[in-house]
Design a binder for this molecule. Sequence first.
Ligand SMILES: [Mn+2]
Length: 283
Amino acid sequence: MNFEKYNFIGFEADYDESEIVFVGIPYDGTASYRPGTRFAPLAIREASLGLETYSPYQDESIEDLSIHDAGDMILPFGNSERVLAKINEYASKFIDDGKKLFSVGGEHLVTYPLFEAVYKKYPDMLLIHFDAHTDLREQYLGEELSHASVIRLINRTLPNKSIYQFGIRSGEKVEFEYGKNNLNFYPFHVNDANKVLSELPNDVPIYLTVDIDVLDPSVLPGTGTPEPGGVTFLELLVAIKGLKNKNVVAIDLVELSPHYDQSGVSTITASKLVREMILLFSK
Ligand SMILES: [Mn+2]
């Protein structure tokens, strides 16, 4: 007997034949306000069962791609450094096997070891970052390894001109100054993103990281640090479509915290974003 086993809808390829690997990273060990993002990958898979596999926005179906759902990473509790090392090890394996990688957090700190795995193979990469928060703290409560410092950590390796930030509307004054002075910094909205991204060269490897709290809390209340003044689903969709036909090699979606939205709409929104974002891998 062979009963139903729930992958994200349409992600049915075997590992060996797949071009794209989808993986959950259920880690929220440094969540500074409200934890719970560890429950996101499973919730997103469940909500995906109500989605169409066809995107009318892009006139493409995720079934036309070859996507393997690898399940959720098995991670130790408590020790951030060991967790990050483990995430890096798993991600490096996928990248070394020639896969494009779509990861679902978890909190934003998971992007750091994912970035390191991608950077090893693509040192000329760009990082495109959508978020309500700068994530540029040098440390948070004395801790360098924090979801509030992930972009600053990445910026130790990746040069200033290689990082783009969109939708930022919260952080310390020094973080905003740092962003303005050092990064390609587009705060408060995502209106410029489509144009800026579509003008990037077609061959340069791109890592897209989306903190789902870039969306307005009225659209997406289910997140650990909601920040009023955000963008709509459609605005975000138009923005990321600027990456269509670019050389996107890795994507992550982080910071969904399903239990803070009793309606379940936040998780459905995240699932729909997964569908639209993973289509950026199609050529
Ligand atoms: Mn954020």
